[in-house]
Design a protein. Sequence first.
Length: 249
Amino acid sequence: MSVDQSGLPSLLPRHVAIIMDGNGRWAQRRGLARVEGHRQGAQSVRKVVRAAREVGLRALTLYAFSAQNWARPPEEVGTLMQLLRDFLIEERPEIMDNAIRLTTIGDVDRMPDFVRDPLEALMRDSAGNRAMTLCLALSYGGRESIISTTRALCELAARGALKPADVNDERFSAMLQTGGMPQLDLLVRTSGEVRLSNFLLWEAAYAELYFTDTLWPDFGKEEFLHALESFKGRERRYGRTREQIKAVG
Ligand code: IPE
Ligand code: IPE
Ligand code: MG
């Protein structure tokens, strides 16, 4: 049984993050253009958000577009932005009806206005929703996020508002864009790649990892539940011994 930092048994992760990978390969294997994979991948996003809400997750963070993905061909970036806009407009009623709060991490200012407009409207209108937080990582990079938090702390210190000796894990975590979210419990990556690709580098320190060969467009409720099921069997030790964990659990 997995045990969280408070020592309580935790069967269901509170916060799950997903690296939604493999859209391009899914399309290429079918002789389709990569963008068709992104289109199909958007359907998987809908299924997984719905499943997460049904099972009662507190938070779901989705890696939708990395800081490094800007380097892709402009047509592909353009399609991804269009799909994001479609998602925000089409899913708005379901997000509101299900009391989901939409948030973002990443350098959202880099997103084009036609994405930012529906995004900011939905973030504003869903801000009071409490059933689940859906966080979209947009133009996001883990290193970029650590650097911007470090910069903010340095600025506080330079103004005399913070002593360097007071910088610690807790304060640093709280200053990250994920600061208001529950601790990351489970990190999923699809498509067979076994790497983090600059996602949630700080937050993943003690997350359980789940890798699957399934390509993102083929990932749905069933495999999501399978990932949650695998979490149940994990023993989270946080550096302690199994005996110590059993004693508190
Ligand atoms: C993930 O699928 C979607 C984004 C990175 C936006 P990919 O487009 O990376 O698919 P592969 O890895 O090339 O198959
Ligand atoms: C990570 O996937 C980014 C997203 C899923 C949004 P990539 O496909 O960009 O990662 P690499 O290039 O394989 O590391
Ligand atoms: Mg990829």
